[in-house]
Design a protein around this ligand. Structure first.
Ligand SMILES: Cc1cc2nc3c(=O)[nH]c(=O)nc-3n(C[C@H](O)[C@H](O)[C@H](O)COP(=O)(O)OP(=O)(O)OC[C@H]3O[C@@H](n4cnc5c(N)ncnc54)[C@H](O)[C@@H]3O)c2cc1C
Length: 205
């Protein structure tokens, strides 16, 4: 049973995983099992070239970011389980947890973060389908979709991040969205007491 399973290994999904990973040494995190399904074939990053994303060296290819970010995640936070080459086909609620079915197997998780981008159609069957709506910040002719949500929360323990949350398609926005979801989950796990994760050259916060 995962405590949190992130679905999608693009910008918002890996950003969420990095922030959760960076908090793993907090006392309330010690028993937490976190995973990320790093399917990347459908990522918007595959064809992208970045000159305008904060902190990213101009000229960086999105395809290189896909490799580098999962490598960084593995090296920095190996406790976060990366599940590659599997695509999620359904998510259903089961008592107080989710059953996440992939092309290979079924996982159980108490929290899901869906970060699979705003491409139409939304191919994950199950409990999230009723929340699929036209993307509110994209041109209608682009036919993008999002999940209805309140500050990334679709319903209890089901979060959405990135362009699928209704954000415009910019790397920095998607990364911020994934990080925002991570800090909401950290705060939830810290009994509702506001939490974030910073490293510092002076001390760990
Ligand atoms: C050609 C192009 C150029 C761009 N140029 C720029 C730019 O110059 N500057 C800028 O700021 N932004 C740019 N962007 C936008 C930026 O890449 C996106 O905003 C960002 O990638 C969105 O992040 P996301 O997490 O929502 O989606 P993604 O990064 O696309 O991540 C979604 C992930 O979910 C995975 N996935 C999908 N379905 C499933 C499933 N069923 N199961 C498991 N995993 C699944 C995908 O494979 C993918 O890895 C560009 C985009 C494109 C397409």
């Amino acid at each position: 049973m995962f405590d949190c399973l992130i679905i999608g290994g693009g910008v918002s999904g890996v950003s969420c995983a990095l922030v959760l990973g960076s908090a793993l040494e907090k006392p309330f995190m010690l028993d937490k099992k976190i995973g990320i399904i790093t399917h990347q074939k459908g990522s918007m990053l595959q064809d992208a070239l970045f000159n305008n994303a904060y902190g990213i060296t101009p000229g960086t290819l999105g395809s290189d970011l896909l490799l580098q970010t999962t490598k960084d995640l593995q090296e920095l936070y190996p406790k976060i389980e990366q599940i590659a080459h599997e695509k999620v086909v359904s998510i259903v609620t089961e008592a107080d947890y989710f059953l996440v079915t992939t092309t290979h197997t079924i996982y159980e998780s108490k929290i899901v973060v869906v970060a699979v981008n705003s491409s139409n159609p939304f191919t994950i069957e199950g409990c999230l389908q009723p929340y699929v709506i036209p993307h509110r910040k994209s041109l209608a002719k682009k036919n993008r979709i999002q999940l209805a949500n309140n500050d990334h929360l679709v319903f209890k323990n089901a979060y959405v991040a990135g362009t699928l949350a209704g954000h415009r398609s910019q790397l920095a926005i998607a990364a911020g969205s994934g990080a925002a979801v991570a800090t909401d989950i950290l705060t939830l796990w810290n009994n509702g007491i506001e939490t974030h994760a910073h490293d510092s050259i002076r001390k760990k916060e």
